[in-house]
Design a binder for this molecule. Sequence first.
Ligand SMILES: Cc1cc2nc3c(=O)[nH]c(=O)nc-3n(C[C@H](O)[C@H](O)[C@H](O)COP(=O)(O)OP(=O)(O)OC[C@H]3O[C@@H](n4cnc5c(N)ncnc54)[C@H](O)[C@@H]3O)c2cc1C
Length: 326
Amino acid sequence: MNGVLVILEYRGAWNRMSWEALAAGQDIAVKLGQPLMAAVAGDHLEAAIPDLREKVDARAFAVRHGLLGEYTADGFVAAFVQLIHRLDPLLVLFPHTYQVRDFAPRLAARFGQNLIADVIAVEMDSGNPVFVRQLLQGKLNADYVHNGDGPCFASLQGGAFRADTLVAGACPVEEFLPALDASQIRSRPGERFRESAQTVDLSAASLIVSVGRGIKEQSNIPLVEELAKSLGAELAASRPICDNGWLPMERQVGSSGQTVSPKVYIAVGISGAIQHLVGMKGSKAVIAINKDENAPIFEVADYGIVGDLFEVVPALTAAVRKARGN
Ligand SMILES: Cc1cc2nc3c(=O)[nH]c(=O)nc-3n(C[C@H](O)[C@H](O)[C@H](O)COP(=O)(O)OP(=O)(O)OC[C@H]3O[C@@H](n4cnc5c(N)ncnc54)[C@H](O)[C@@H]3O)c2cc1C
């Protein structure tokens, strides 16, 4: 067995988590002294191939078949089983997308393995990868090592690895044509799950003011909105704010929201749960306003204000307006 194979996701457009997984795979491959490989499955993959060529500094495979045009777990498992038998990799990595959650455990089981799912970090111990996963809603981190006979399968949490560390290459894309038969596909794809339309691209914002449950009620949101306006910043939020419908889903930052890397991220009344941190830890400077001095957000903050946001935020907005003359 040799090599690190990263399975990417393309459904008419790339899932951005693919590049995070590829960057992580590249890093692990270098540390293990192993070659990197990448693969994507589909029917008409012509539009995906230029990106594969440009981004993958390794061997890349377009796994093509008419029966892979629409995603089914049966089709993807049958196709990737054949690719993995052919390549015999040590390690198979996936972005932890909804699609991967659906088929990757079954794919791993075909090789008598478990999927180490939703990994937030990969460390090295005596030349072996150690996969870190969270347990009990992030209260505990657990280390997993692979000691089975077959390949090791792991999926990587969105936002936990940085796509911008990817060293791009220029590789030829090899076609892999699996033998598939319609009788192998037992399910029929239904209507596609519609993810919220991302009309706000927070990933491009250089200043973000983000609001959390500390704001208490929807009617208080304008307080933080005013601060954002005074700074010319985008308004963002933690998940409970969007789950409550107080702000639209596309403003959510975190593992199930957007990943942002502004110059300044101001977290207002946000505790700093890991699922939030993975979406904003790439920020150049973090300013946290929280009344609890032990809130985990202060561990990642460059500047912290321990205080009541209902006092601090209006004072800050007034000071910004005065300084900027707006
Ligand atoms: C699978 C999964 C995916 C998730 N994805 C995301 C995600 O993408 N993004 C995300 O954000 N979360 C996500 N979560 C939820 C996450 O675990 C936390 O529950 C959430 O981030 C907490 O939001 P919060 O910090 O706003 O609220 P809380 O944890 O309730 O924190 C509120 C904070 O406000 C402070 N506060 C209260 N009153 C005041 C005041 N008057 N002045 C100043 N500070 C005050 C409190 O001290 C506290 O620290 C996910 C969870 C799961 C299980």
